[in-house]
Design a protein around this ligand. Structure first.
Ligand code: XMP
Length: 544
């Protein structure tokens, strides 16, 4: 059988199948930290949006026929020789352009205005005074509005043809505009939620200035994608590695609705899933579930525990878990024989982070178990979610009828409990961490639900990720009249926006106490429970 070696970058580039005539905004990325946020805000206006590096050829941008262009912020000073720049012609295409922060300064600089370094930076929530209240960008925005500033350079003189549309106490040009040419330069960050009326301003740009209709909606996406998949796949066969995570589950749901039994999903239960999770995935996608597809569950628990016996080093464990997945997936693929398509749950942030989209390329250091098999006999890759952000994937999942529990799952690492058990992994330790983690999540979920019932909102301490881990420490305790020598379980809960930095969540002590008491009483082999107070950095969210 002919097997195909996959080049990961090639795969991402090779994919297509997008709707070409979709009305579209292009975000040009100058390396700022909020760039994906800009695109998300545009999408929240129901307008499709893609991010491209500032190095992207102007001809390519023209060919995409965007309804509008947004230039993002960035860390440089536009007047320095080697700073990222753009072609003056970009502003002469007749396409509306909105520059944000660095993008605003660059627009002024390129068009003949002046940008200088200020004596002091302007940072944080700042009152912006709108001078041109009839500006299209400020429609329905208050005259005095709180905006998020983060800059040291400032526009000291607007470019010819522009007028000042807003200012602050320290910044003479908070917004400059040339309404006739549909060019807007905004010094602050409307994409950040600290800018009270930022969403309104972005909506004004895409609807009032660019004239977008706003018809990018999830029900339409699901319907169109199902149609596209049918056209592309024809009567071909598709193979998908299903992890039970949100992305691969939604991909499976979409493909199933499009092509039914032409889809085969391989679900590898590596014995490092959370309690009952394997059965839950099988419940949704297996023969008694709600989707029409071929479902293969590989129960590889023993195989994994054997491979992991005696291995204590975290990276070595990660590697074994990842590689074993690939071997198992290949074995299953060989049994199935040649397929036409290999499906993947790649989502838009993966595309941007792989360096093919925007400028702020961060190559992820974590790869899901899953990853990519090296040798599988297929002709083409299909990635039905590659245009979507995570929240959009979730919306698509709900649209497809995937249970909320699965759609709103908290992040779970590919190597699973393997990296939440410090030291050697074995079946007994997996049982302990599964049971402790189940109790912990159950108690936190109950406390959150009770708070919501009383207050109508989630508590401020509501963690973004929370789980139990098993330390490798055993200590002396007493249970009844007996001396014990058992394991310590660590509870972790963090508040984070981007998972790059995090704070320990302030879970009420009473909740922690009930978790402790239940774990000690219900989980054999545990006699101590710790709460991890460490922020990230210096800690990481996971333990290994
Ligand atoms: P850390 O531990 O690096 O975690 O602070 C940040 C986020 O990434 C998840 N994580 C992983 N995800 N494979 C994954 O798919 C991994 O090896 C991995 N390690 C950490 C972690 O759960 C958190 O959300």
């Amino acid at each position: 059988m002919k097997m195909k070696r996959l080049d990961h970058r090639f795969i991402i580039q090779k994919l297509g199948g997008r709707l070409v005539n979709r009305e579209k905004i292009i975000v040009i990325d100058f390396g700022g930290q909020y760039n994906q946020l800009v695109a998300r805000r545009v999408r929240e206006c129901n307008v499709y949006c893609e991010i491209y590096s500032y190095k992207t050829d102007l001809e390519k941008i023209k060919a995409m026929n965007p309804k509008g262009i947004i230039l993002t912020g960035g860390p440089n000073s536009c007047y320095e020789a080697d700073s990222p720049t753009c072609n003056k012609e970009l502003f002469e295409l007749g396409i509306p352009v909105l520059g944000l922060c660095y993008g605003a300064q660059l627009m002024m600089h390129v068009l003949g205005g002046k940008v200088e370094k200020a004596d002091v930076s302007e940072y944080g929530k700042t009152e912006v005074l709108v001078d041109k209240t009839d500006s299209k960008i400020f429609k329905d925005v208050s005259d005095k509005t709180i905006c998020w500033m983060s800059h040291t350079d400032y526009i000291s003189q607007v470019a010819p043809g522009f007028e000042i549309a807003a200012h602050t106490a320290d910044c003479p040009v908070a917004t400059a505009q040339n309404e006739e040419k549909k060019l807007y330069a905004i010094q602050f960050h409307p994409e950040v939620l600290h800018t009270a009326e930022g969403t309104k301003m972005i909506n004004n740009f895409v609807k009032n200035v660019c004239g977008c209709k706003g018809d990018w909606k999830m029900d339409a996406f699901v319907e169109n994608t199902i149609k596209e998949i049918r056209e592309k796949v024809g009567d071909g066969k598709v193979l998908l590695a299903l992890s039970g995570g949100v992305d691969s589950s939604v991909a499976a749901g979409l493909l199933s609705r499009a092509i039914g039994k032409q889809l085969t999903c391989v679900f590898v239960d590596h014995g490092l899933l959370r309690k009952d999770e394997g059965d839950e995935v099988e419940g949704v996608f297996g023969p008694n579930g709600q989707f029409d597809l071929n479902f293969i569950r590989v129960n590889a628990q023993e195989r994994y525990y054997k491979k992991l016996a005696g291995v204590t080093e975290p990276e070595a464990k990660r590697k074994i878990i990842g590689e074993e997945f690939i071997r198992i997936f290949e074995e299953e693929a060989k049994k199935i024989g040649a397929v036409d398509f290999l499906a993947q749950g790649t989502i838009y942030p993966d595309v941007v982070e792989s360096g093919l989209g925007g400028e702020s390329a961060v190559i992820k250091s974590h790869h899901n178990v899953g990853g990519l098999p090296d040798f599988v006999d297929f002709k083409e890759i299909i990635e039905p979610l590659r245009d979507l952000f995570k929240d959009e994937v979730r919306k698509a999942g709900l649209e497809l009828g995937i249970p909320e529990k699965l759609v709103f799952r908290q992040p779970f690492p590919g190597p699973g409990l393997g990296i939440r058990i410090i030291g050697e992994v074995n079946a007994e330790k997996v049982r302990i961490v599964q049971d402790a983690d189940y109790i912990y999540r159950d108690e936190v979920d109950k406390a959150v639900a009770a708070y919501k019932a009383e207050h109508g909102t989630a508590p401020s301490w509501m963690p973004n990720q929370y789980f139990a881990a098993l330390t490798n420490m055993r200590s002396v305790g007493v249970m009844g009249d007996e001396r014990t020598y058992d394991y310590a379980v660590a509870l972790r809960a963090v508040n984070t926006v981007d998972f790059m930095t995090a704070e320990a969540a302030e879970i009420p002590f009473a909740v922690l106490q009930s978790v402790m008491s239940r774990i000690i009483n219900e989980v054999r082999g545990v006699n101590r429970v710790f709460y991890d107070l460490t922020s990230k950095p210096p800690g990481t969210i996971e333990f290994e």
